[in-house]
Design a protein around this ligand. Structure first.
Ligand code: B3K
Ligand code: ZN
Length: 881
C-alpha cells in the first residue's frame, strides 16, 4: 500500500509487507533542534518474498545521517534515501540488522506529529503515520515488533525520560550533565503505538492491584504546579481498570501505566502502550476550573484510552481501513463504562445527541463514508464521528441482536483468538457469528454502506380482529460513490403502550422476528401483525435508540404527549419531547419565512412543566427534556433550503413561550435547587446543576424588568466552574447589560489559566449576535490566543464554525471567509487541525441558495490555493465533488 501523492489508498489493494521487523532498538538523544535517533531493526524476509526483493521504508521530512547493514556502513549505491522514503535495493537473503541514524528538529515541528516540543517537553504522536517522522520504518499497523527504547538527555532539560513498557535501567553518562533511561515493551506492537517523552514534569503516583494480584505503578505526569489537579483523573483510571476486569475480564499487563498531560495536542489523547499522552484538557480538573462536562470528559477519555490496551493494542488493526475495529469498539466500551458509573438513560440520551449532532450530518453530506471506508487519500481525515460514534452503534446493535450472554461469548472469543493479532472487521464479526451460531452476513452491510437508514412506521388497530398491524419500511439514501443500497438488519426495541401506561401483552406476532422486546426489520418493507390486542396501543419504537436510524412514525401529537408522560423507556420520553418540539420549530421556521407570526402550543409547554416538576425523575433527565432541539438539530431536520436566521427566530419564539408560561414554577424550582451544597462532580451533583442552569436560561429569557439580574447573581454566587460558566453563557447569549462586566471578571480571575481562557473564547465565539464575527477577529489578536495551539484554535475559531449556526452561516458570507482564512493560514503549519476546521462546511449544500453560493465560493478559494496539504486538499475536494 505505498502511497503515490494524489492516488487514493484502497482496501482492495491490501498486501502484507515483503519483510517483517521483529525487534526495534531505538537510541534517542534529545537535544534542542537536533535530536539524534539511532534505530536498529531486526529485519526478516517473509515467506513468499523473492530473494533480493527491495525493502522500502516510509519516511516523512526525515534527514538521514547514516545507515549500515549487519554492522557495515552501506555504500551510496546500495540504497536511495529521500525525506519520505528509504529504499534498500538488495537486502540480504537471510535475517539481517539494519541500522539507521536520523536527526530531527523537534522544536520546528508545528504539525504535532512525530517528535515535537510542547512547553519545553519533548513528546511524540505517532498515530496514524507519525513514526515515519522519527525514523524510516514500515509504518503500518500490521508490522508488529518488540521495542526497546534508550532515551538520553541533559538532566536539567529533561529529568524525566519515559518510554513504552517497563523501565529496565537508568543511569548517568559520566563526565557529562546527561543521563539515560532504558524502557522495554515485551508486547509486539505497531509503530503507531510507540511513544517517548522527555521533560521536566511533576509526577502524581498511585497503585492498582489487578484481579490476579499484580501490583501496578500508576503515574500521571503534569507540568509543575498542576499536581493538585490530577486526583479525578487518577480515580477515573483506577475505576476504569477495575471495570474492564469486571465487565470484560480484561486485566492490565505491564508493571507500570503512565499518563503524560501536554498542552499542545492535535486531539484528545493517545493510547500508546503503557504511556498514554493526553491533551491536558482531559486530565486536569478541579471544581474551580472544570465544569461537570469537563469532569465527564476526563472520565470518559481516561477510560477510552485505557480500554484501548485490549481493544487496539493487544488486538490491533490490520490496516487503517479497519480503524472502527478499535475505535468504534472502544467508544462502545467507554460508553458502557460511563453508563455503569453514572446514569444509563442520561448517558444514552447524551450519546444520541452527540451522534445526531456530528455523525448524522456527516452521513448526509459530501463527507459521508462507510464505518469501514474502502478508500482514503489522507487517513487522518477518517478519525470521524462515523468511524467512532456510528462504529460504536454497530457494536451496540450486535449486543442487542445477540443478547448480553451471546455478546460476551463473542467478545471472549475475540480476545482469546486474536490476542497479539492485527485483525479485521471480518475477524471480529466471525467471533460473534461462531460463538452464537448466528448468520451475521447481512449485518456486515452496516460496515460497508454509508448514510443513515430511514425507517417509516405506520400503525393500524383492528378492534374487530383484535389485531395491531405495524407497516415498516426502510430505505438508505444514496451517498458519495454508493447510489444504491441494500436493506440492513435494524433491531427495533419496542413496546405497545396501553392506556394505563403499561406495555401490553400480545400472544403472537407474525411478519418479523421478535426476540423479547426486540423486533428485527431486515427487509425493505415488512408487515408485522400482533394478535390479541384489545385496545389501540401507542407504539413506542426504537427504545433506547436501538439502531442508528431516522425514524418517522404516524404518531399524533396526543400520542407523543402521552409517551412523554407515560413511556416506561426514558429515552423515548425524551424523544417524544424532541419530536414534538421539532414539529413546532419546523412550523415556526415556515411561518418566519412567510412573514407570519410563530404560533406556540400551550400543551407542549405544560407537558415540559410536568416533567420539570416530577420529583421521581432524576435532575439530569429533567434538564435534558427541557433542552429544546438545537439550531443545528432543526437545520438537520429541514435538510434543505436551510435559513439559520429563520431557525434562530423560531427557536427563540418557542423557548420564550415556554419560559413565559412556566415562569412561576420554573422560578420556584430554581429557588428550591439553590440551597448551597458542596461541589461533588458525580452524576447526582451534575444533574442538579444541569437542571438549575437550564432553568436559569429560561428564567433569564422571561425577565423583562431587570434583564440578566438573576444570572448576574448566579454568576457572583458560583463556587464552581459549572455554575459560573453557565451564568456567563446565559448573560452573553442574552446580551444582558451585565455581560461585559462578567466577561471582564472572568478574564481577570483566570488570566493565567489557558484551559479556562478557552471557555472564555468559546462563550464569545458562540454568542448569537452580529457583533460576534468582529469579536472573534479581535480575540485572534489577544495575547492569550495562539494559532500554534490546537486547543486555542478549536475554542475560538472551531467553536465559531461548529457551534454558531447563525454567525458562521452569515448571509453576507463573512463567517465563511473568516473560517477559510484561518484554514489557509493554519494549513502550512498544522494541516490536521486545519482540515478538521474545514469540516465545518460539511453541510453547505443544505443551505438556502444565497448562503450556499457564498459557501461554495469560500470552498473554491481554498481549493485554488497552492500548495495545500493532503489533509485540506482531500476535505475540500470531497466537499466540492
Ligand atoms: N487513537 C487516537 C486518535 C489518533 C488520531 C490520529 N489522527 C485517540 C483515540 O481514539 O483514542
Ligand atoms: Zn480511541
Amino acid at each position: 500500500m505505498t502511497r503515490h501523492e494524489g492516488n487514493p489508498v484502497r482496501l482492495a489493494d491490501y498486501r502484507p509487507t515483503a519483510y517483517a521487523i521483529d525487534t526495534v532498538e531505538l537510541d534517542v538523544a534529545f537535544a534542542p533542534h537536533a535530536t539524534r535517533v539511532k534505530s536498529r531493526l531486526a529485519v526478516r524476509r517473509r515467506d513468499g518474498t523473492p530473494d533480493g526483493a527491495p525493502l522500502l521504508l516510509d519516511g516523512d521530512e526525515l534527514t538521514l545521517v547514516g545507515v549500515s547493514v549487519d554492522g557495515a556502513a552501506l555504500p551510496a549505491e546500495a540504497y536511495a534515501a529521500t525525506a519520505s522514503q528509504f529504499l534498500l535495493h538488495t537486502p540480504p537473503a537471510g535475517p539481517f540488522t539494519l541500522e539507521i541514524e536520523t536527526q530531527i528538529d523537534a522544536e520546528a515541528n508545528t504539525k504535532l506529529m512525530g517528535l515535537y516540543r510542547t512547553n519545553g517537553t519533548w513528546c511524540t504522536q505517532c498515530e496514524a503515520e507519525g513514526f515515519r517522522r522519527i525514523t524510516y520504518f514500515l509504518d503500518r499497523p500490521d508490522v508488529l515488533a518488540v521495542y526497546t527504547t534508550r532515551l538520553e538527555a541533559d538532566r536539567a532539560l529533561a529529568p524525566v525520560l519515559l518510554g513504552n513498557g517497563n523501565l529496565v535501567e537508568t543511569g548517568e553518562i559520566p563526565g557529562t550533565n546527561r543521563h539515560f533511561a532504558v524502557w522495554h515493551d515485551p508486547f509486539p506492537k505497531p509503530a503507531y503505538l510507540f511513544a517517548m517523552v522527555g521533560g521536566d514534569l511533576a509526577c502524581v503516583r498511585d497503585r492498582f492491584v489487578t484481579m490476579s494480584g499484580r501490583d501496578v505503578d500508576l503515574r500521571i505526569y503534569v507540568e509543575h504546579g498542576k499536581e493538585g489537579r490530577c486526583a479525578y483523573a487518577m480515580d477515573a483510571l483506577k475505576r476504569s481498570m477495575r471495570w474492564d476486569e469486571e465487565a470484560f475480564g480484561r486485566e492490565y499487563d505491564l508493571d507500570i501505566f503512565m499518563i503524560v498531560a501536554v498542552s499542545d495536542f492535535n486531539m484528545g489523547a493517545m493510547e500508546n502502550k503503557g504511556l498514554n499522552v493526553f491533551n491536558d484538557k482531559y486530565v486536569l480538573a478541579i471544581p474551580e476550573t472544570a465544569t461537570d462536562q469537563d469532569y465527564s470528559g476526563v472520565e470518559g477519555v481516561i477510560a477510552h484510552e485505557y480500554f484501548h490496551n485490549w481493544t487496539g493494542n493487544r488486538i490491533t488493526c490490520r490496516d487503517w481501513f479497519q480503524l472502527c475495529l478499535k475505535e468504534g469498539l472502544t467508544v462502545f466500551r467507554d460508553q458502557e463504562f460511563t453508563s455503569d458509573q453514572r446514569s444509563r438513560p442520561v448517558k444514552r440520551i447524551s450519546d444520541v445527541r452527540l451522534l445526531r449532532a456530528h455523525q448524522f450530518p456527516e452521513d448526509a453530506g459530501p463527507l459521508a463514508h462507510p464505518v469501514r471506508p474502502e478508500t482514503y487519500r489522507e487517513i487522518n481525515n477518517f478519525y470521524t464521528a462515523t468511524v467512532y460514534e456510528k462504529g460504536s452503534e454497530l457494536v451496540r446493535m450486535l449486543k442487542t441482536l445477540l443478547g448480553e450472554d451471546g455478546f460476551r461469548r463473542g467478545m471472549d472469543l475475540y480476545f482469546d483468538r486474536h490476542d497479539g493479532d492485527a485483525a479485521t472487521v471480518e475477524d471480529f464479526i466471525a467471533c460473534f457469528a461462531e460463538a452464537t451460531s448466528t448468520d451475521l452476513s447481512q449485518f456486515r452491510r452496516w460496515y460497508a454502506q454509508a448514510s443513515t437508514p430511514r425507517v417509516r412506521a405506520r400503525g393500524h388497530f383492528d378492534p374487530a380482529a383484535r389485531r395491531y398491524v405495524l407497516e415498516l419500511a426502510q430505505s438508505i439514501p444514496p451517498s458519495p460513490g454508493q447510489p444504491e443500497k441494500t436493506p440492513v438488519p435494524i433491531p427495533i426495541r419496542f413496546g405497545l403502550v396501553g392506556p394505563n401506561g403499561e406495555d401490553m401483552q400480545f400472544s403472537t406476532v407474525s411478519g418479523a422476528t421478535v426476540e423479547g422486546d426486540v423486533l428485527i426489520l431486515d427487509q425493505a418493507t415488512q408487515r408485522v401483525v400482533f394478535s390479541d390486542i384489545g385496545v389501540r396501543p401507542v407504539p413506542s419504537l426504537l427504545r433506547g435508540f436501538s439502531s442508528p436510524v431516522v425514524l418517522e412514525t404516524d404518531l399524533t401529537r396526543d400520542d407523543r404527549l402521552f409517551l412523554l408522560s407515560h413511556d416506561s423507556d426514558p429515552f423515548n420520553r425524551w424523544e417524544a419531547a424532541q419530536t414534538l418540539a421539532v414539529a413546532d420549530l419546523k412550523a415556526g421556521v415556515a411561518a418566519v419565512r412567510a412573514g407570519q407570526p410563530v404560533a406556540t402550543d400551550a400543551a407542549f409547554a405544560d407537558a415540559l412543566g410536568h416533567v420539570a416538576g416530577d420529583e421521581s425523575l432524576d435532575h439530569a433527565f429533567r434538564a435534558l427534556v427541557l433542552q429544546l432541539p438545537t439550531e443545528a438539530d432543526i437545520a438537520r431536520e429541514l435538510s434543505h433550503d436551510v435559513d439559520p436566521e429563520a431557525i434562530a427566530t423560531s427557536r427563540t419564539a418557542l423557548r420564550r413561550s415556554v419560559a413565559e408560561r412556566l415562569a412561576k414554577p420554573f422560578a420556584a424550582l430554581y429557588d428550591a435547587l439553590s440551597t448551597p451544597a458542596p461541589y461533588v462532580p458525580d452524576a447526582a451533583g451534575a444533574g442538579r446543576r444541569a437542571l438549575r442552569n437550564t432553568l436559569l436560561d429560561y428564567l433569564t429569557l422571561a425577565e423583562t424588568e431587570t434583564p440578566g439580574a438573576r444570572a448576574e447573581a448566579h454568576y457572583r454566587a458560583a463556587d464552581n466552574m459549572t455554575d459560573r460558566l453557565a451564568a456567563l453563557t446565559v448573560l452573553v447569549n442574552a446580551d444582558a447589560p451585565g455581560a461585559g462586566a462578567a466577561l471582564a471578571d472572568f478574564y481577570d480571575r483566570f488570566r493565567d489559566d489557558q484551559l479556562v481562557l478557552d471557555k472564555w473564547f468559546t462563550v464569545q465565539a458562540t454568542a448569537p449576535g452580529d457583533g460576534t464575527l468582529g469579536r472573534v477577529e479581535a480575540l485572534m489578536k489577544h495575547p492569550a490566543f495562539s494559532m500554534a495551539n490546537p486547543n486555542r484554535v478549536r475554542s475560538l475559531v472551531g467553536a465559531f464554525a461548529g457551534a454558531n449556526q447563525r454567525q458562521f452561516n452569515r448571509a453576507d458570507g463573512a463567517g465563511f471567509r473568516l473560517v477559510t482564512d484561518v484554514v489557509l493560514a493554519l494549513d502550512p503549519k498544522n494541516p490536521q487541525v486545519a482540515a478538521r476546521l474545514l469540516g465545518a462546511f460539511r453541510s453547505w449544500r443544505a443551505l438556502e441558495p444565497g448562503r450556499r453560493a457564498l459557501a461554495e465560493a469560500a470552498l473554491r478559494r481554498v481549493s485554488a490555493q497552492e500548495p495545500l496539504s493532503r489533509d485540506v486538499a482531500d476535505i475540500v475536494a470531497r466537499c466540492l465533488e
